[in-house]
Structures are given as C-alpha cells and as structure tokens.
Design a protein around this ligand. Structure first.
Ligand code: ADP
Ligand code: MG
Length: 557
C-alpha cells in the first residue's frame, strides 16, 4: 500500500449492501438476541416446566421439554442466537443434562451485564469479572459437592429420577430409574487406577411403540428391529456364528452408461447365468466362513436370499449402520467390507432369538469379548417414545457422570443459592469494577430457583427470600422442592444432581455471555434488519433485536 493511499480518505472496504452496527448498539443488539433465546426455553425448566410443540417446515411435530432439542428444532437464523444455541450443544455434549439451565444463566448474565454497561462499565471489566466469578463458582461447587459411594444404588436412582422429573419419562420414573442404573452399571468397568470408567457407547436404545412405557426392559446384548430376508430362513439360531457385512450381496452394477446389446436368446441366457454365478459365489463365500447368521448393512439380492435360505442361514438385510457397530461389540465380531476376504475369525458368537410379537431379533454374545446392553423403551406412540428417549439419554448421562465422578449436589436451586451466597463474599475481595460483575454473576445464578418457583406457580420473590435466609443460616442443601412447595433439604427429598453438570453449565454459560460481550462491531454482508421482527427491548435503530426465524414463535416468549 502506498503512502498516499493510506493518508487519503477513509478507505471504503465494505460492499454496498453490507450493514454495520457498532459499540453499544452492537452490544444491545446481541444481548437482546441472546436473551430472546434464553426466554424461549425458560418456561420448560424444572419438574413443573411446560413442554413445547415444535412443527418443522416439513410438518413434523416434536413435543419436548428438552432445552437443546427445542433450540435445535427452532428455525433460528440470527447469528448471535446461534452462539447461544451452541452453549446448549456444548452442555449436551459435555454433561448430557442441564441445557436449559446453561442457556437461562447465559441469558441472565447478559441481562445483568446490560445494566452494568448502562452504568458505563467497560465490557472488558465485565468479562473479567464474569470469568473470575465463574472460576470461583466452580471451586465452590466442588467444595459444596458431597462425595458419595458410587455403588449406592438408591442414590444413583435418585440422580436418574431427578433428571427425568418433568420429562415424558417421569410417570414411570421408578421403573425407568432402575433400568438406567442397571444399564450404566452393566457397562462400568474399573480403570487402571481403580476408578470407574463408564462406556455409554455400550448401551443401545431401541424404541418400540404400542405398549406402555412401564413395560420397558433392559436386555443383555442387542435388539434388532428387522425381519429375516426370506421366509424360509430360520428365525432362531441357538449357536450363532454371525457375519457382519457392509457390502451388498447383489450383482455388481456394470457401468451406468454401458448398454448391453444382446443379439440372441443364447446371449441373454449366458448373461443371466453369469449373474447367477456371481451371486452363488458371494453366497458360497459366506458359507465358507462357517457363518449361520448374516447381518448385512446393504441389500441382499432375491436370488441370494433364496440360496442363503437353502443353506439354512438366517440373513438380515439393510441393517442400520449403528446396529452393525453395536453388534460388533455385542458379539466380538468384525465388520467385513469385502466378502472376498471374509474369514472365520471375523465371525462373532452368541445366540439369535426371534420375538415375533415385537418383530425383533434379540442377539446375545457369548464369550469374553462381548459388551453391551439394550434399553428397550416402550411407549404408546412415536411422540411418547421420542420424548422418553430424550429424557432417558439425559438420565443415562447424569448417572454415568455420578458413577465415574462420585460428586453430587442438592438440586431445586440449592446449589445455585449457596454458590451465589459465597460469591457475594468473594466479591468483597475483588478490586475495582470487576467486583460489580462478580455480584451480577451471583444474582444471575439465583435465576434458577426463581424460574423453578415461577414455573411451579409459586411466588418467586418469597421463595428466594426464604432460600437466602436458609442459606445464611448454614443450610447448604436448602432448595425449593416444587412438589411440596417448601424450601427444604432437597438432597433428603431426593433431588440430587451430579456436580459435574453444574460446573459445566457455569462454564458454558459464562463463555457464551463473554463471547457476546466481547463483540463491539457487527458487520453483516447483507441487511441486518432482515433478521429482525421482534423489537422488544428497544434495540437500536436499524438493528432490531429480533430474530428472523422466531417471529412466528412470539407467543412462546
Ligand atoms: P435442564 O435442561 O437444565 O436439565 P430441567 O428442565 O431438566 O432443565 O430442570 C432441571 C432443574 O430442575 C434443576 O435445577 C433441578 O434441580 C430441578 N429439579 C428437579 N427436580 C426437582 C424438584 N423435585 N423440585 C425442585 N427442583 C427440581
Ligand atoms: Mg434436565
């Protein structure tokens, strides 16, 4: 760049259609968008939280109470809002539960940050204060957390039940809680240092509609929702030698463009013979391995099905990729991708049993190298089992976290109020404006008991006053039990959560809030206002704080 260019007019580097919002306007814009996301899940928090019905553009309906599912299914097209959704996703990946909590706290942090910005406190002081508070809060959670016996089945069931409360799974929480704890224990092994290692990949969830959720079961091995490829095949194989293959047992396609010109009936016959030979060869390769059961991820040609049936082999075609992966663990088998190289040592051993009523195969492994259990979830309709499954996966995660980590805290807002109390005294030791941010952080945590009360139809201010008093009084486990409506020892009442999920929720919420606060300049290639719609909160001119895709959901917030 030449000297002359640099000294001239400010250089215009943005396209004509692009839009730019700066400083406080940018912050307000972003904060409004982030808060709108947080508002949208708020009413689902806790046992008395309500569900949402989401209808996709294809008309598919999802009824759920699960924070991350709601945010993912909502058609949101605002970039800031998407950053908040990532919080929920991180929380889901890292902890499996607590997504609504993380998003709600992130929204509240930003709301309180906005007040500080209005008092002319620089964003970098807020960011620093939030960061300090979050670190301190994690330490406090660890200090407050109780170390429990990871073999304590009753406690683990409470953890599972707390996670399921308010979800579709709740009505059957005793039955399901036991299944979940049994499942996690079935896949727990001792690590090198004597610690518990839980591998949730060894738990498969299979859903079945038609029966009551209370009839759900835990099975050794796998349940495969498939039929035999051919009616003449055996349906039960006691001493099963199972081949898993992800190559089609079909005629290999000739080049799509190649056309075949046949001049005589003889030629046609020889062509067909050739095809038949090819199929026979593939079936023979299977027979040669010694397999009497085949799970194929791809198709199996009709003729090959017939030959396999004649050989007395049970074959299943178009098995799900995930089922094959799981069967591999259950049977200690290998997945073969080329029949030419299939051999006996690729086979897995066990038994295959047909459940005619449910149209399932139960596959159990034999031998030492087998892992895996299946949670067979039942429910009357698709919507019921889908929501059941979401609740169950959360519960599996929290029980697994408790088994491997051994630290739990009292729920119902108890942990949040205690951490807030401790943060306020920590704030006294913090110099400068960061102190205000630490205090704002403490206030933000108290949002959780406030919403729990609100969603239960209780007075949130009274509840918070009672909670604070109890904690001042040294009752660390005082929380709101929404069923009794009382402030009490929620740990005793069975509302128990893993400490790990709480720590993660604090970190993810803080990171998201800080990410938003750091932005002081929004440069959009298109028109920012097209993403607008909802002007609530007085977002600055030209940059409404609305969220495009959420316009139609105004009633929810
Ligand atoms: P998240 O997506 O954050 O997990 P949930 O809707 O699952 O949201 O609600 C979790 C919150 O509900 C936690 O703060 C937990 O302590 C609280 N909770 C669970 N059971 C009870 C109960 N019986 N009384 C009060 N709060 C409860
Ligand atoms: Mg939850």
């Amino acid at each position: 760049m030449s000297q002359r260019q640099r000294m001239g007019q400010p250089m215009i580097i943005l396209g004509e259609d692009s839009q730019r919002v700066k400083d406080r306007d940018a912050q307000s814009y972003n904060i409004q968008a982030a808060r709108a996301v947080a508002e949208s899940v708020r009413s689902t928090l806790g046992p008395k939280g309500m569900d949402k019905m989401l209808v996709s553009s294809m008309g598919d309906v999802t009824v759920t109470n699960d924070g991350v599912t709601i945010l993912q299914e909502m058609d949101i097209d605002n970039p800031t809002a998407e950053m908040i959704i990532e919080v929920a996703e991180t929380q889901e990946d890292e902890a499996g539960d607590g997504t609504t909590t993380a998003v709600a706290v992130a929204g509240e942090l930003l709301k309180n940050a906005e007040d500080l910005l209005e008092q002319d406190i620089h964003p970098s002081a807020i960011i620093k204060g939030f960061h300090m508070a979050s670190e301190q809060a994690r330490e406090e959670v660890d200090d407050i957390a109780e170390r429990v016996d990871t073999d304590d089945e009753a406690l683990l069931r409470k953890v599972a039940e707390t996670s399921m409360t308010g979800k579709g799974a709740e009505l059957n929480k005793e039955v399901l809680g036991k299944l979940i704890v049994d499942a996690v224990r079935a896949v727990t092994v001792e690590g090198p240092d004597g610690e518990n290692v839980v591998d949730l990949d060894f738990i498969n969830i299979e859903t079945q509609t038609g029966r009551a959720a209370g009839e759900s079961e835990l099975l050794e091995g796998a349940a495969i929702d498939k039929d035999p490829a051919h009616p003449d095949m055996p349906s039960d194989v006691e001493d099963a030698k199972v081949l898993l293959v992800n190559e089609p047992v079909e005629i290999e396609e000739t080049d799509a463009d190649a056309s075949l010109s046949l001049d005589s009936p003889d030629q046609l016959q020889s062509f067909l013979d050739q095809e038949e030979e090819q199929l026979k060869k593939k079936v023979q390769q299977i027979v040669d391995t010694g397999a009497n059961v085949v799970f194929c991820q791809k198709g199996i040609d009709d003729l090959a099905q017939h030959y396999l049936a004649k050989e007395g082999i049970l074959a299943v075609r178009r098995a799900k990729k995930s089922d094959l992966k799981f069967l591999k663990e259950v049977l200690g088998a290998r997945v073969v991708s080329d029949l030419d190289s299939a051999k006996e040592s690729d086979l897995g051993h066990g038994s295959v049993t047909r459940d005619e009523a449910d149209e399932l195969f139960y596959v159990e492994g034999a031998g030492d190298d087998t892992h895996g259990v299946t949670l067979l979830l039942r429910g009357s309709t698709d919507h019921v089992v889908d929501e059941l499954e979401r609740g169950i996966t959360d519960a599996l995660d929290v029980v697994a976290a408790t088994v491997s980590d051994g630290r739990v805290v009292a729920g119902g807002g108890a942990i949040e109020v205690e951490v807030a109390r401790r943060l306020r005294s920590y704030a006294d030791s913090v110099e400068g404006r960061e102190q205000l941010a630490v205090e704002a952080f403490a206030d933000s945590l108290e949002l959780i008991p406030r919403i729990l009360a609100e969603n239960a139809g209780l007075d949130s201010i009274d509840t918070l006053v009672d909670l604070r008093a109890a904690h001042e009084d040294g009752q660390k486990r005082a929380g709101l039990n929404v069923f009794s409506g009382e402030v009490e020892d929620t740990f005793e009442a069975g509302v128990v959560e893993p400490a790990h999920a709480k720590e993660q929720a604090l970190s993810s919420a803080t990171e998201a809030a800080n990410l938003v606060l750091k932005i002081d300049d929004i440069i959009a290639a298109g028109d920012l206002s097209t993403a607008g719609g909802d002007d609530e909160g007085g977002a600055p001119g030209g940059a409404p704080g609305g969220m495009g895709g959420m316009g139609g959901m105004g009633g929810m917030m």
